[in-house]
Every structure is written in structure tokens, then in C-alpha cells.
Design a protein around this ligand. Structure first.
Ligand code: SF4
Length: 285
């Protein structure tokens, strides 16, 4: 008799290289159309992770081969202790700030360079921008965001940072065209780019249930890392604070297995490669 029970593929943590830390679950100054976070109506949510939880996590993961700590959110730079957290994490390994760029101007970039110079590791930036056309970008991310992020890029480049532009392919356009047009914009502002300066991801459709119809992928974020939030440990930023991605309360005892059963997982599988982590083999930082 044919079984109708659906068996979801399983992913296992192959190596714990990426530690994501959610500095705030809901606090963001933007409301992008494609964001997977369900925001409260009020923009004034103060749900910042206490620094002691981060200190404990860094201690508990001492034996892991961490390559990069990712400061994520919502918008991580809204955390009131952002600078202390950054310095703390830089004692351990490279730190990637995943930001919308709105808190970065020349003064901040100069300060961040000083912080990096005090450390043996690097600060990497992943900046969100979704279209090379200002009107199309601002339609997705909000008015003025295009100029803000390009200003952030210019400021970072001035202080010798080498940011990665994270592009969500909201309009489902040809990736080669997107890359070529983004390259032109970067050339105009004096940012010499290589292919690894762009990370284009498929757009997650919030309301559409996508079925998992393949167990083939190159790499998934849940195979190379975990995310720490105020509520515990989860498989990846997509499933942070979602019971389906729960791995445990802290890093002394957490699950290394994940059942790929959500439509977010289907999106990752469709994307084939890491959506949040950096592929360091192609990025010579
Ligand atoms: S959403 Fe993606 S990274 Fe997260 S558990 Fe599913 S497949 Fe893994």
C-alpha cells in the first residue's frame, strides 16, 4: 500500500562556522515589503538582547571553529550597546554587520575603522539594497533608502571597507542584468567591485506556500551555523524565534539536526546556496 506520509529532508550541522546573533527581533526603522519579520504596528519596540547572553554564548562556543559572527536583526545597529557588542565579538573572529545602512555615515565609518584597527579581525558589512533604480528600490524599502544606503557604501569605501550588497530579487529580474546595473552604480560612486561584492537572493513570498520538491542543494545556512536570540537557539535567521527552528535554550546542549519542512526551507533549497552566511571561499577578505 502506498504511504501518503510526507517525509521532509533533514539537514545536519556540518561545521559550526557561522554564529548569528539577533540583536533585536522587531526593532527596525524600515518596513521593507519582502521582509520575513512580522512587525508590530508600533516602531518603538525595545526588544534588545542583553549583552550577558552574548557573553555566555561566546563562552559556550569556545571549542567551535567560528569563522564569522553575524550581527543581525531586524536592524542590529539600533541596539543601544551595539558598539560594546561589536568590540566583544571582534575579540573572537571576524564580524559581519547585516544592516540597512541607515546608521552609517562618514563619521560612523571612521569610528568603525578605528574599532577594527583595535582588533586582529575584520568587520564585514552586508548592506541591503534591492534595486539599482532609485524609484524601484524605494518602492520596496521606503522613500530615501536608496540614497541612504549608497551614502553608507561611499562612507565605508572611503575608510577601506569592502561591503557586500545584498539584493533581494523582488521583481524576479535577470540576475546578470541586475549585477551589471549594480556594478555601474558602484563604479559611479567610486566603489570598485568584484562578483563577491553582490549577493542576490530569491525573494521569499510571505503568503505563498512553496512545496519542497527537491533534496538537492549546494549549502544551507542551517548546515554551517545557528542563531542566538533572546529566546534561545534556532536553526537560522529565517526561523529565529519560530518553534519549527528551535534547537535548544543555549549552546551547552543544542540540536544539530533540522527537519526542512517550512516554505522558508523550500525557498533556501530553491536558492541553492547560503542566504545569510558568506561564502568565504569566493570572498578574499
Ligand atoms: S529556512 Fe533555510 S536555513 Fe533555515 S532551516 Fe530551513 S533550509 Fe535551513
Amino acid at each position: 500500500m502506498k504511504s501518503s506520509i510526507f517525509t521532509a529532508p533533514i539537514s545536519r550541522l556540518k561545521e559550526f562556522n557561522n554564529l548569528f546573533i539577533e540583536l533585536t527581533e522587531k526593532n527596525c526603522n524600515q518596513r521593507c515589503k519582502h521582509c520575513y519579520i512580522n512587525f508590530p504596528l508600533s516602531k518603538k519596540v525595545k526588544d534588545f538582547i542583553p549583552i550577558d547572553i552574548i557573553k555566555k554564548a561566546l563562552n559556550d562556543t569556545m571549542q567551535e571553529n567560528l569563522q564569522c559572527i553575524y550581527l543581525t536583526g531586524a536592524e542590529p545597529m539600533t541596539h543601544p550597546d551595539f558598539n560594546s557588542i561589536l568590540r566583544l565579538c571582534l575579540k573572537r573572529c571576524n564580524v559581519c554587520i547585516c544592516t540597512n545602512g541607515s546608521f552609517i555615515n562618514e563619521k560612523k565609518a571612521r569610528f568603525l575603522k578605528r574599532v577594527e584597527d583595535e582588533s586582529n579581525f575584520e568587520i564585514i558589512f552586508k548592506l541591503s539594497i534591492d534595486h539599482y533604480n532609485e524609484i524601484k528600490n524605494d518602492d520596496i524599502r521606503g522613500r530615501g533608502t536608496y540614497r541612504q544606503v549608497l551614502n553608507a557604501v561611499k562612507s565605508l569605501v572611503k575608510y577601506n571597507f569592502n561591503p557586500i550588497l545584498c539584493i533581494t530579487n523582488y521583481y524576479k529580474e535577470d540576475k546578470n542584468i541586475l549585477l551589471a546595473e549594480f556594478k555601474k552604480i558602484c563604479d559611479k560612486i567610486g566603489f570598485e567591485t568584484m562578483p563577491h561584492n553582490f549577493a542576490i537572493n530569491e525573494c521569499y513570498e510571505k503568503t505563498k506556500q512553496i512545496e519542497i520538491n527537491s533534496d538537492k542543494w549546494e549549502s544551507l545556512d542551517c548546515e554551517y551555523g545557528r542563531i542566538l536570540t533572546t529566546k534561545g537557539i534556532y536553526t537560522c535567521p529565517f526561523l529565529s524565534n519560530d518553534h519549527r527552528g528551535r534547537c535548544g535554550s543555549d549552546f551547552t546542549d543544542f540540536s544539530d539536526k533540522t527537519l526542512l519542512e517550512t516554505s522558508l526551507c523550500a525557498n533556501c533549497i530553491k536558492n541553492k546556496n547560503l542566504m545569510f552566511g558568506i561564502n568565504f571561499t569566493s570572498f578574499n577578505c
